[in-house]
Write a protein that binds this ligand. Structure first.
Ligand code: ATP
Ligand code: MG
Length: 563
């Protein structure tokens, strides 16, 4: 069913308790079947990943099955490109559904027949009123609903009108099919909900076959039943729909062991992030990001491009578990899973983002020395590589200060530092341009320090990184900040887009990369020493996206919280 082992052994939770109880009572004859039901109107985000991990891990743990079912009941917003994209995202996350993907649209005929059954039983009627009137008649928590004047239509008339709706006799919005339940029900969802609406629109799978489309409430539970789903798991906002889910199945007289039931869990929320497809669509449509796979997006394709390992996302989802209460997780927690995973796997490389030239005045003319550098101190099997060292290097601009502040221990006039995998150097001269800006440093090196220490035991207080000017290659680095600059986007004005962080991407051109970086495979992630983790862009040559920084911000948050 799945292609990878669970990152963390499953902990018990209320959903697993329910399944255990069902297995003990024999409710489903020991069968466990779940589903993930995306609407193909956008790509998946990290919130969907939580639901995917839950549904697929349950199927794995209980030796059951899990379906991917596209909930394609809304022809105007859905598209085959989203179907393919969602399939690819799930596969990337490390999961394979038990069956080829299913589509709610494959059940349209069955759903139609079941709607006819409701009519026959006197449990559904055609309402000629418009959506606004119907909505106004539903009443409120304290106000009872008002019966539609069409509520008492005869079974025959309902049959005829429903058939005419299907045949295309009426324009959009002119009629709906409603369940006949109770206009005074304390649960608003039960006040004669709409089951079918008229929509003369081309559907990406059924074409022009249908001009009536089932609503979520009519399609969902019935689709679950058709597929033999046992545990239909959805997010908390659907808990008021549960009685309707059950009511629909009651009318169809599905035998108990084939009858799914719905359980709700808290959706994932993350600070500084929006997990609503509607809002993500706006970011794309307004051109605020480059697309669904923009590395700043909380989409799976964005995170993938950014260099987030799928295993880190699975481990995060396993760690947060499922709860019955809505809450928000810190984005730093997710990032710490990414960092932990990359620390283990990413090769170390050198890159200088803001280059400052260093000329070593006592370096033998024309000499190039290959220095051995460790590929990953966390993984001995990753081995070592040779890095060219010469008399002209680049270091980071902020590793030098002409007038060093207190506690600044890196390079300064007259000061000695260690070059990682190189030698000790001492700054002897500072070269400036006409504007007074430092453009070059002159340094001397101590040939006796090639082993990383001075034989006379003298200490330096800083180690900095470098690349050889004659050997490095120029590349581009994209640095990212939070996509939103508010912890809870939209809290202030109601619209998250008002908190969009316009400075969330900074492109650095002319970044100096050590030669080994030319050969990095697309999508691999490396650690630029001292700078963070960077993902190789698949498409653009020598473009690197910063995945996460090195600092464990999650540890700081925990420290603050425990105070
Ligand atoms: P959005 O709220 O982003 O528009 P959606 O619920 O409309 O999402 P669907 O494609 O219908 O998107 O979602 C498929 C499944 O993913 C549903 O079962 C839904 O409950 C679940 N899901 C969506 N968002 C989250 C989330 N933030 N956390 C957990 N599960 C989620
Ligand atoms: Mg939905």
């Amino acid at each position: 069913m799945t292609t990878s082992e669970p990152a963390v052994p499953p902990r018990s939770d209320f959903i697993r308790d329910l399944i255990d109880a069902d297995n003990r009572s024999g409710r489903f004859e020991g069968r466990v079947q779940t589903r993930f039901p995306p609407e193909p109107n956008g790509f998946l985000h990290i919130g969907h990943a939580k639901s995917i991990c839950l549904n697929f891990e349950l199927a794995r743990q209980y030796g059951g099955a899990v379906n991917l079912r596209f909930d394609d009941t809304n022809p105007t917003t859905e598209d085959m490109a989203f179907v393919r994209g969602i399939e690819g995202d799930i596969e990337w996350l490390g999961y394979t559904p038990s069956n080829p993907p299913y589509f709610a649209s494959d059940y349209f005929e069955q759903l139609y027949e079941w709607a006819q059954l409701l009519i026959r039983k006197g449990k559904a009627y055609v309402d000629d009123q418009d959506a606004e009137t119907i909505s106004a008649q539903r009443g409120g928590f304290t106000a009872p609903g008002v019966d539609s004047p069409y509520r008492s239509r005869s079974v025959e008339e309902n049959h005829e009108l429903f058939a005419a709706m299907r045949a295309g006799a009426f324009p959009d919005g002119s009629r709906v099919l409603r369940a006949k339940i109770d206009m005074n029900h304390e649960n608003m969802q039960m006040r004669d909900p709409v089951l079918y609406r008229i929509r003369h629109a081309h559907h990406f799978r059924t074409g022009d076959d249908w001009v009536i489309y089932p609503t979520y409430d009519w399609a969902h539970g019935q689709s679950d039943a058709i597929e033999g789903v046992t545990h239909s798991i959805c997010t908390l906002e659907f808990d008021s729909h549960r009685p309707l889910y059950d009511w629909c199945l009651d009318q169809l007289e599905i035998p108990g062991h084939r009858r799914p039931y719905q359980t709700e869990f808290a959706r994932l929320n993350l600070t500084y992030t929006v997990l609503s497809k509607r809002k993500l669509i706006q970011l794309v449509d307004h051109g605020l990001v480059e697309g669904w796979d923009d590395p700043r997006m909380p989409t799976l394709r964005g995170m993938r491009r950014r260099g987030y390992p799928a295993s880190a996302i699975r481990a995060f989802c396993a760690h947060i578990g499922v709860a019955k209460m809505n809450g928000t997780h810190e984005i730093e927690l997710l990032e710490s899973f990414v960092r932990t995973e990359l620390n283990r796997t990413a090769l170390r490389r050198s890159a200088v983002l803001h280059p400052l030239k260093v000329v070593i005045t006592n370096w033998p003319d024309g000499l190039v020395e290959m220095r051995e550098a460790v590929n990953n101190p966390e993984d001995e099997t990753a081995g070592v590589r040779d890095v060219p060292f010469s008399g002209t290097l680049y270091i980071e601009r902020d590793d030098f200060m002409e007038v060093p502040e207190p506690k600044y221990f890196r390079l300064a006039p007259g000061r000695e530092v260690r070059l990682r995998y190189g030698y000790f150097i001492t700054c002897t001269d500072v070269v400036k341009d006409d504007a007074g800006e430092v453009v070059e440093l002159r340094c001397t090196y101590d040939p006796a320090t090639g082993g990383g220490q001075a034989p006379d035991g003298r200490k330096v207080r800083a180690t900095i990184h470098w690349v050889s000017a004659d050997h490095c290659v120029d590349g581009t680095v994209a640095l990212y900040d939070r996509l939103f600059d508010a912890e809870f986007p939209g809290e202030r004005t109601g619209d998250p887009l008002d908190d969009f962080n316009g400075g969330s991407r900074e492109l650095l051109l002319g970044v100096k990369l050590e030669p080994a970086l030319v050969d990095e495979a697309p999508a691999s992630v490396v650690q630029f020493e001292r700078l963070g983790y960077f993902a190789v862009d698949g498409a653009a040559p020598l473009l690197f996206h910063r995945t996460v920084g090195l600092r464990d911000e999650w540890a700081n948050i925990q420290k603050r919280q425990s105070r």
